[in-house]
Design a protein around this ligand. Sequence first.
Ligand code: SF4
Length: 464
Amino acid sequence: MSHVAPNFRQASREAVLNAQVIAAVRKTADLLTEKRALAVADTPDFEALRDYGRVRKLEISGDLEKYAQLFTAHAEAAGAFVYRAKDAAAVARLAIKIAADNSAKTAVKGKSMTAEEVELNEALAAAGITITETDLGEFIIQLANEKPSHIMAPAIHRNRAQVAELFTEKLGTPPDLGTEALVAAARKYLRAKFLTADMGITGGNFVIADTGSLVLVSNEGNIRMAATLPRIMLAVVGIDKMITAVADLPNFLALLTRSAAGQTISSYVSTITGPRRDGEEEGPEQLHIILLDNGRSRIASGPYREILHCLHCGACISHCPVYRAVGGHAYEATYPGPMGSVLSPLISGLTVYADLPNACTLCGRCAEVCPIRVPLPDYLRGLRSDVNKPPLTMKVAAWGAGNPLLYRLGMTAMRRLLQKGSSGLMRPLLKEWLVCREAPEPQAGESFRAWWKTRIQVPRSDGK
Ligand code: SF4
């Protein structure tokens, strides 16, 4: 993740004016949210599944280290090489060494937000390794030299015409191709890369502690090819992707695929346990798995632990009214939307992403749709308090508001001040408040409290 402090306020002001981006984002987000609603309505036990998933994830986030060690023991017993990386620099060092040890110069890559988080492409490119993204959305943004704008649909901000123009410029395809022809052009280009790449790189949707397996979910088949065809395979996975047992996998898949794209199951689910064995025709000769921490152990021991339960389904993002108004790039972070507004500051620091907890209306839509019940609005409120330590004036106001006598005196004084046309005096105190709100002068006449005392008393139904 970049540590250059982003400016969401400025970026979002510009983003809302980009009608093409907003239209493209809403079109795909609408499709994803409609499909999710249908899939969830078709799953009678979905609420129970959500509870189950949360309980199982609480078990893991309560002892990440134990499950990471269990996973490592089982994966190594199956023939994989497992490494622990504490941060982005450690991932880069390990990945470059694995490539160098195997004389790997080219790599095909499946979509991985974890790799985006540690800027793996940039690190490998600097070491002379050519990486080709093979997920169609990632391939598009790689050609356009952009970052993903949605964790599930990285090129959500681009429409067909723009992709056609990009393919003509970069791949030499005829102008204004339709969607099917564009997919065929990408497939043809990528197939040659798959067949010649030295290394396959993926993330991981789940890693299973009791079997040492890596689980990869995709709809395009590209991740399975990246994990099968090249002789060396490298997976970079956050330790938070752990599940305890293979028996849990069907439930977690049900939660993930319904929430992500409204599917009962994705087109491809690969469960990889160790490299190719003697006599097997498919699979890499070597399987390397890097378990990334990058602050996750710290987060697990703090008040925002459940963000580590996130399945990266993207549902909260597609449903978020702020995301739908500004798109993903305005967040200037690897992870946009509600989950990103919690995760990005926790990983990189609140001073870097101070704006993001405020990029929220607290409408609660994200919590309604989160398959794993991450309490996103509560976390966003908590992070706001962490960022915006209340100024002295607000502390004094809070103290006064808690004392009925002081509250009455304060309100009377405030009312008089404002009624006397002295609101100018108050403005410096209310500077931040007035950025996006008004403080109209009170109307002449009696106060609300005075009126309340004189109102007609209507007896309550219970006679009190
Ligand atoms: S926080 Fe919940 S809804 Fe958002 S991406 Fe993660 S699992 Fe999906």
